[in-house]
Design a binder for this molecule. Structure first.
Ligand code: FAD
Length: 246
């Protein structure tokens, strides 16, 4: 049986992603504290903040020479709402990440679906490994919107029909597409986030270019903005050293 009121069964369509920093213990001082135990043993926070230029230099040195472990002594938890196909890519990042995602077995999935907005480039030109994305025509944009919305409506109706007939949620969900929104908490540290950003964002300062799908890049850009605010020296050193995780 469906537990959702009839009004909420109407599909809604989104083109954006949600990323909220819900919890964190992350600052540049966490990097300094971990790095300086090598030479100083235990230190107070005051000692760490005594010489900002030296702190900046130390973080840059660690990044440049890829001394990575001092960047692991911090934690950021993000709430993410995005299409399932983004989560599929996201969860390939195994190291330094923890995930908990909403369940299609234990709750009825809500009819919220992804439709790209007019800025999303629709056409891939070139061969695998060497291609660019270009704008679609007006006709292609209209087709994408219509085909996706029709298909989403149809699949959600089938899902609801099965639930109403008493079929278990875990069985009925098979008909739902990867454009359906899901949500998760994802927890990482600065080192694992840098590795993720190096692969899932495009940036003019990147020494090693990557070609991520735009929708996971949208999530990455929002995470990056939150992290840059929390750890400005580490963020600056990441950019200055070609956006390669240490
Ligand atoms: C543009 C792009 C296209 C992609 N296309 C595809 C695709 O077509 N098909 C596909 O399946 N995937 C694809 N991927 C996913 C990709 O192969 C990686 O799984 C994903 O980027 C996570 O990277 P990672 O393994 O380095 O990260 P993590 O899993 O977080 O690992 C971090 C690092 O830990 C080390 N490590 C982790 N696990 C192991 C291990 N088992 N053995 C040795 N070292 C390990 C490695 O140094 C690794 O870089 C793509 C990724 C990108 C960015």
């Amino acid at each position: 049986m469906t537990d959702t009121p009839a009004d909420d069964l109407k599909p809604s369509f989104r083109s954006d992603v949600t990323v909220e920093l819900v919890k964190h213990t992350a600052s540049d001082a966490d990097v300094l504290f971990a790095a300086r135990v090598s030479t100083l043993g235990e230190q107070s926070l005051d000692e760490l903040q005594k010489d900002p230029e030296r702190s900046k230099g130390l973080i840059n040195y660690l990044m440049r020479d890829r001394h990575g472990s001092p960047f692991e002594h911090n934690s950021m938890t993000f709430f993410v709402s995005a299409p399932i196909f983004v989560f599929r890519e996201f969860m390939r990042h195994r190291v330094g990440w923890s995930y908990n995602e909403e369940s299609g077995r234990y709750r009825e999935l809500q009819p919220v679906f992804y439709v790209p907005d007019a800025d999303r480039k629709l056409v891939q030109e070139g061969r695998p490994g060497k291609y660019v994305f270009v704008e679609g025509t007006k006709e292609q944009q209209t087709l994408v919107g219509r085909a996706m919305e029709d298909s989403y409506r149809q699949s959600y109706e089938a899902y609801q029909e099965m639930l109403a007939a008493g079929v278990a949620r875990e069985v009925a969900r098979s008909v739902l597409p990867v454009g359906l929104y899901s949500s998760m908490y994802a927890t990482c540290n600065a080192r694992s986030l840098m590795h993720f950003l190096g692969l899932r964002t495009q940036h003019e300062l990147a020494k090693v270019p990557s070609f991520p799908q735009r929708e996971i890049e949208m999530v990455g850009e929002k995470m990056e903005a939150e992290w840059a605010r929390l750890m400005p020296l580490t963020y600056a050193a990441f950019n200055a050293n070609g956006r390669v995780a240490p």
